[in-house]
Design a protein around this ligand. Structure first.
Ligand code: MRU
Length: 365
């Protein structure tokens, strides 16, 4: 994405060749602040605290976390301990394990003194792979939007609804669900995005609306509960979301509230599409509801809200009565039967084992 007129990724290696840089997403949308992570503990903290978040970006930062650990101590014991520690930071997105496994495979057969270089090279390859993958997802999703445009009355935009943030800041670049939208907008297609606020962490309000605004894509922020109403009124042409894990049979784990959007879409015959890179596909699990671990986050994210005061201070205030018990499941699973289709870097397919196996025969087993 362009920052100050120049292309910029959401994770990079710093000038010292060891540390990595990220944008602290907990400071958005108020300020775009760079943060340097110098060791694996800092990488783990950034993932846990959601200074970085979004399935593909978590994977990339985890990969560099392991590389930083190997620069300090390249022993097999440290390799395995650090991979396990990083893998536990967030449980739902499979991209983290996928990226750590890629580093493990790339370094394991090297003598200790060559492991760090091999790990940095593999982490860089993971990032390059993510950028190209997301560009292709955009190219395969774009025809869906173009086709809708051909059926719209002149002057009416293609109206997309999205949930959470699956834009460039959730990936290394371009995003997944937002990638087709960016490509459509750049080609001059009239697109408008309904942005779910995405309580409790407000990824829609704080990140998606900010990204779309910076890119000049018309959008409107709505409360999470507005989607069904908008669909009933015929104001949504397509729902387009990202995902943290897709199972062999096409079940989709994504930010809490995605399932309700899929139900509303089904009831209103609105197509519900999910964009995923290959790193999000987990063919080892079939039944998403039974087998995908759902991250349970702090209750304080529900009882509290964070915002900026007129004097510029960012502060957290309580919105629930003191002592209110709260639960905070961070993801839900949308069954494949509610998903119109999947958009991948290899093309589009049905959300089913047959559809995924045809696109990814090497993973089908
Ligand atoms: O808890 P988060 O913010 O990491 O959750 C992110 C999402 O659910 C995204 O929609 C998903 O990771 C897809 S990102 C391309």
């Amino acid at each position: 994405m362009n920052i100050d007129g120049k292309p910029h990724r959401s994770v990079w290696v710093e000038a010292d060749g060891r540390s990595i840089g990220i944008f602290d997403q907990t400071r958005l949308p108020w300020s775009l602040e760079r943060l340097t992570l110098s060791d694996e503990e800092a990488a783990a903290t950034a993932i846990r605290s959601m200074q970085v978040r979004g399935a593909p970006l978590i994977g990339a930062v985890g990969a560099y976390g392991l590389a930083m650990a190997l620069r300090r101590d390249p022993s097999t014991a440290n390799l395995e301990r650090t991979a396990a520690m990083l893998n536990e930071t967030r449980p739902t997105a499979v991209n983290l394990k996928w990226a750590l496994d890629r580093i493990l495979a790339a370094v394991r057969n090297h003598p200790p003194e060559r492991r760090a270089d091999a790990a940095y090279a593999e982490a860089a390859a993971i990032c390059d792979d993510d950028v190209e993958t997301n560009r292709r997802i955009g190219a395969h999703g774009l025809p869906l939007l173009q086709e809708i445009a051909t059926r719209k009355p002149k002057g009416e935009p293609v109206r997309v609804l999205t949930h959470c943030n699956a834009g460039w800041i959730a990936t290394v670049d371009f995003g997944t669900a937002l990638s087709p939208i960016y490509q459509a907008h750049d080609l001059g297609l009239d697109v408008h995005v309904w942005v779910d606020e995405t309580r409790p962490r407000n990824q829609g309000a704080a990140l998606t609306a900010w990204e779309l605004g910076a890119h000049g894509v018309p959008h409107t922020l709505v409360a999470d509960n507005a989607g069904g109403h908008l669909m009933q009124r015929g104001l949504v042409d397509i729902v387009l979301v990202g995902t943290d894990r897709v199972t062999r049979r096409g079940d989709v784990a994504n930010k809490i509230g995605t399932y309700l959007k899929a139900l509303a879409a089904k009831d209103n015959r609105v197509p519900f599409w999910v964009a995923l890179p290959h790193s999000t596909l987990d063919m080892t699990v079939r039944d998403g509801l039974a087998e995908i671990p759902i991250e349970e986050r702090s209750a304080s994210e529900v009882t509290d809200a964070t915002g900026r005061l007129p004097d510029g201070t960012v502060t957290t205030v309580r919105v629930a009565a003191e002592g209110t018990p709260a639960a905070n499941p961070a993801f839900d699973v949308t069954p494949a039967r509610l998903v119109t289709g999947l958009i991948t870097e290899r093309g589009r397919c049905e959300a089913s084992e047959a559809g995924l196996s045809a696109l990814y025969p090497e993973k089908a087993g």
